[in-house]
Design a protein around this ligand. Structure first.
Ligand code: ATP
Length: 334
């Protein structure tokens, strides 16, 4: 199976071809970088509109290169249907519909958060892992049960990356803030910040206000960064451990842009070691938003016959992972 995937939930316009026979990914991405402040939905949509044609053209050229024989160069077109910014999703949805119709191949609608999980599952070779998705706009734990990826725990307010980015905007750093917090935390002394875990859920709003306040009060920014990393990631590690314990799974995969952070990976690795669980973090190109994961999930869904009629292919800015019937695992994809 060869599937062209298009990703465009927020900042990254990306198109990729996944070639199942070779297990090969060709990914083309163009990032939106805000001049000031955070991601602005209208600017992000303008970027999407400008960048989607070129990334799709590059992916199509790749697909044609690999194609020998008759018929279309890809078996299906998959796109990120949500969750994400509505104006961006609509552009990607329109592009995917047009492309599927022009190539006369089926259309597949992928849930972006399920795609984060599936790329980790695919690359690790794990059977039924718990997945911690630590991304910009989201933070949740997923585990498979009875044909769905259940949300075992999640943020009660903002996504983890967005929370970090709010703090870095406050101290005047450009977007994205996560890598800058990681760099500064290395020279910092730990400071105490509010730790909020309720059962399997967690909250970032209190810690963000406290971090901004500490910085305004003159606490060195390196120290606040260190406190932020230690506190936020300890919260995530605690709920992740609880999810492993609840499900009985001994496999953990990471997803999302924040999962590029070395300190988070180390904490989770240590937690997994202590309970004899296997841990896998995909390489960075598969952690941040990318169309490779959309093409991969698209290939699994296509193989299971899980395609979309054009008239039913509306996007959904609040598309939750537990709304997706996991058709491809029942179909014996592996
Ligand atoms: P979603 O998948 O929820 O749609 P998103 O579109 O915002 O998320 P991602 O690429 O998953 O995008 O993640 C981007 C986020 O990752 C940003 O908030 C950024 O600050 C954060 N981030 C990137 N690198 C690091 C790092 N090294 N440490 C912490 N956070 C990081």
């Amino acid at each position: 199976v060869r599937v062209l995937g298009i990703e465009g939930t927020a900042w990254c316009a990306s198109a990729a071809v996944y070639d199942g026979a070779r297990d090969d990914f060709r990914i083309h991405s163009e990032a939106y970088e805000p001049e000031s402040g955070g991601i602005h939905p209208r600017e992000a949509a303008e970027h999407m509109q400008e960048a989607v044609p070129s990334v799709v053209a590059a992916a199509l050229a790749d697909a044609r290169d690999r194609h020998d024989g008759d018929g279309p160069a890809v078996d299906a077109v998959a796109f990120s249907r949500g969750p994400g910014l509505g104006p961006c999703l609509r552009i990607v949805g329109t592009a995917a519909r047009a492309l599927a119709q022009a190539l006369d191949v089926p259309l597949v609608g992928a849930n972006h958060m399920v795609a984060h999980l599936e790329i980790g599952r695919h690359r690790s070779g794990f059977d039924s892992p718990v997945c911690l998705n630590a991304s910009g706009a989201n933070a949740h734990l997923l585990g498979y049960r009875d044909g769905r990826y259940r949300v075992l725990g999640e943020t009660m307010d903002t996504g983890v990356g967005n929370a970090i980015d709010k703090f870095t905007r406050h101290v005047g750093w450009s977007h994205p803030g996560g890598p800058k917090v990681e760099a500064h935390a290395k020279d910092g002394e730990y400071v105490d910040l509010p730790y909020v875990v309720k059962g399997m859920d967690f909250s970032f709003s209190g810690i963000m206000s406290a971090a901004k306040q500490a910085s305004d009060d003159g606490v060195p920014v390196e120290d606040v960064c260190r406190g932020l990393e230690e506190t936020i990631f300890a919260m995530l590690a605690e709920v992740t451990e609880r999810a492993l314990s609840l499900t009985g799974s001994d496999e953990l995969v990471l997803g999302g842009g924040v999962a590029q952070n070395a300190r988070l990976k180390r904490m989770l690795e240590e937690m997994c070691d202590a309970r004899d669980a296997d841990f896998y973090a995909p390489e960075p190109r598969f952690l941040r938003d990318n169309a490779g994961m959309i093409a991969l999930l698209g290939a699994k869904m296509y193989a299971a016959g899980d395609t979309l009629a054009i008239e039913d292919s509306n996007v959904d800015a609040n598309f939750r992972p537990d709304e997706v019937p996991v058709t491809w695992r029942d179909a014996g994809e592996d």
